[in-house]
Write a protein that binds this ligand. Structure first.
Ligand SMILES: Nc1nc2c(ncn2[C@@H]2O[C@H](COP(=O)(O)OP(=O)(O)OP(=O)(O)O)[C@@H](O)[C@H]2O)c(=O)[nH]1
Ligand SMILES: [Mg+2]
Length: 383
């Protein structure tokens, strides 16, 4: 399939590669695009067969832009050569990534940047504010960027869009989970900016975004599971399910946001219902007690608790992901409360228990959080 090419530039460490991984998926990162020509250390081309654009990752661009010039020159050469080879490696869109730290350098370096990409005269520019965890900082960064573009007549019309994103969930210092955001918008807008013949159909984009949402949902569950494992490790001899409540609450809220469920009284009740089953219902307690009864486990209490805690957070998150996806795609509604209860129940009891009993034995005695996480997600993930 013929595709558009998106040039991704920005200072080193702003999160270009992380963003590309979220937009195209992990598989795409492992497998470089087939016609990326000779291997080049200045840029890499990635693609996913299900979406209409490739992403060109430029590496190691420091403030001062010397290396950027090198990377951009290499991409220019790649573009030019392709014309000879009758393949089309034209650049259709540029993503300029800045974060709230590097945006302060933006007004000073915008000249050099515009100069570097000057061969692509009418190519639209999307400024992507990466790692936009805090609202204030993000707004501030947006203002700086817009001002810098407006400062020159020739720059102003090039700025097509400013989008703030979080590519990968993060746990803040106070234990809050900060979910991914802005990715579906970025995909949609980029597709719309491609030359008409290259654009993917609306329904294909929607399908693609669905798959990305699913991946982001799993990423959130994974981060929350690790937090659950941590909470379990420091816990008392018996897992206190209430200790997991804050983690589960943020986990569910984050997944809820990924699936763009509209806020309403019913939606809130649904979230609470999911949370209640995970914390106070009998189901949770059953998981606890039966796990302790599995014979032949030679693990310390802290390890078992960590494993159980992680498992509950994981099973709950996976169930919530499934539930919200069904609602997002219109197969179910937020009023299908009985169905929701059943899904959570199944996830916490049968599915979780079946898999747990086999995988708990694979945990080594001095397992650390990472090993426990692998045991939890590995055993439960492969449904
Ligand atoms: N949690 C989280 N971490 C991020 C995000 N974006 C970037 N990071 C982290 O920031 C660091 C730098 O990200 P990269 O994606 O490697 O940055 P880059 O722009 O590709 O850097 P160069 O390749 O050196 O130009 C990594 O440790 C990432 O994990 C994000 O959205 N969420
Ligand atoms: Mg990189």
């Amino acid at each position: 399939m013929e595709k558009g090419n998106v040039l991704v530039v920005g200072y080193s460490g702003v999160g270009k590669s992380t963003l590309i991984k979220t937009v195209l998926g992990e598989e795409a990162m492992k497998k470089k695009a087939s016609d990326s020509c000779s291997p080049n250390s200045d840029f890499q081309v990635y693609e996913n067969s299900n979406i209409s654009f490739r992403l060109i990752d430029t590496t190691g661009i420091e403030p001062g832009m010397f290396k950027e010039q090198r990377a951009v020159k290499a991409v220019r050469k790649w573009s030019a050569q392709s014309i000879k080879n009758k393949s089309d490696n034209q650049i259709s869109v540029v993503w300029f990534c800045v974060d709230s730290f590097t945006c302060h350098l933006f007004p000073k370096t915008i000249d050099e940047f515009m100069d570097a990409i000057s061969v692509w005269k009418n190519v639209p520019i999307i400024v992507v504010i990466t790692q936009s965890y805090a609202k204030d900082e993000t707004q501030h960064a947006e203002e700086i960027v817009r001002k810098a573009f407006l400062s020159q007549k020739s720059f102003a019309p090039r700025l097509t869009e400013v989008i703030s994103v979080v590519a990968k969930p993060r746990t803040s210092e106070d234990g809050n989970l900060l979910p991914p955001k802005g990715i579906p918008e970025l995909i949609e807008i980029t597709n719309n900016l491609l030359p008409e013949g290259l654009q993917a159909a609306k329904k294909d984009v929607a399908r693609y975004i669905l798959s990305r949402k699913r991946a982001m949902s799993h990423a959130v569950v994974s981060v929350a599971t690790l937090a659950g494992i941590t909470a379990g490790f420091v816990g008392a001899p018996i897992v206190d399910l209430m200790l997991l409540k804050p983690t589960e609450s943020i986990e569910i809220e984050s997944i809820f946001r990924i699936w763009e469920i509209k806020k309403s009284k019913e939606a809130k009740e649904l979230q609470d219902c999911i949370l209640d089953i995970g914390t106070v219902s009998l189901t949770g307690k059953t998981v606890l007690s039966s796990l302790k009864l599995i014979p032949g486990i030679n693990l310390g209490a802290a390890t078992i608790n960590a494993f159980i805690s992680g498992t509950i957070v994981f099973a709950l998150g996976e169930a919530a992901s499934y539930i919200f996806e069904q609602i997002y795609t219109g197969k179910k509604t937020i009023n299908d409360v009985e169905w929701v209860k059943k899904v959570i129940d199944d996830s916490l009891t049968s599915t979780a228990m079946d898999k747990i009993t086999s995988s708990v034995k694979s945990i080594s005695k001095n397992a650390d959080k990472k090993e426990i996480l692998a045991a939890v997600t590995g055993s439960l993930g492969q449904k």
